[in-house]
Design a protein around this ligand. Sequence first.
Ligand code: TXA
Ligand code: MG
Length: 328
Amino acid sequence: MDELERAVLLLRAGELVAIPTETVYGLGADAANPAAVARIFAAKGRPADHPLIVHIPDAGHLERWARDIPPAARALAAAFWPGPLTLILKRQPTVPDAVTGGQDTVGLRVPGHPLARALLAAFAAAGGSGGIAAPSANRFGRISPTSADHVREELGDKVALILDGGPCAVGIESTIVDLSRGAPAILRPGAITAAQIAAVLQGAPVDADTGNAAAAAAPRVSGSLEAHYAPVTPIRLVAPADLETTAQALRARGQRPALLTLMPGADDDRLAAGADAAAYAHNLYAALRQLDHLGADLILVETPPATEAWQAVHDRLGRAAAGATGKP
Ligand code: TXA
Ligand code: MG
């Protein structure tokens, strides 16, 4: 039996399988099986009222999970699926409350990673629901995993199987667009930008003020809680021009800073994540994990440019800085 067949059998038996997606690794369970979904919350230590994204094989499965599907949803699905976009839609009454946190909406996504797609197709073909509920495969409040090793580090003893699909191409979580209540609203920025979404919706207003939209949705979007995506080492964002002097001042006081920059440099304990937003997002979580393991007193992050391409990276850095507690 190959790994994919084993994964399908485990999902059908109500077990947890960690799956690679192009954004981050997910902790998957049969979305139609409330007992299996309950295991996700137990493994992550996640509050039960935080809804999960249901991953489906293709847009043809939308009706199985969602109702009153607006034309905007079809247009965005046609433009960006398979890919790093999650749509929030009114749910079918058959979707378990365990998946939606008891809300009247459901989050749906067709992931682009070939292994995730193959698994979803095989799961559906085997007579399964065709839906895999999967949050990021990290413990609650921690950095999302972008490799199979990260999943092992976070949840190794709690999953029946970890499918290794290599490092995640995108590296940060999907863009979430709420189409369930009037004008489309971006609840979480991601690799697919507000401008790309607005272009497909041809002038329909998009609420891209993620701060307000996310606050209005809290705590439905756990990614919108401030203390999220956090390493243990405190993080401070520093303007590029102040980076070297700040590091030197800390060292002069006997402290050990670690540095996360755009470009490589000569300092000790320094990692460069990349000078363009896509490369930076791809490397960000692995870099934060690596810097967190150094045991430095502080991680100084060189503030990236303030352009739209960097919006999702700014969002994740802001949360990491707000969430780092200094406690393991
Ligand atoms: O890229 C991703 O989206 C990854 C991969 C595995 O697909 N998944 C992910 O899941 O990031 P999670 O659970 O870590 O974050 C999903 C976010 C949560 O903040 C959750 O609250 C929100 O989606 N969400 C899910 N269903 C929702 C709903 N019905 N209404 C509002 N927000 C919802
Ligand atoms: Mg998450």
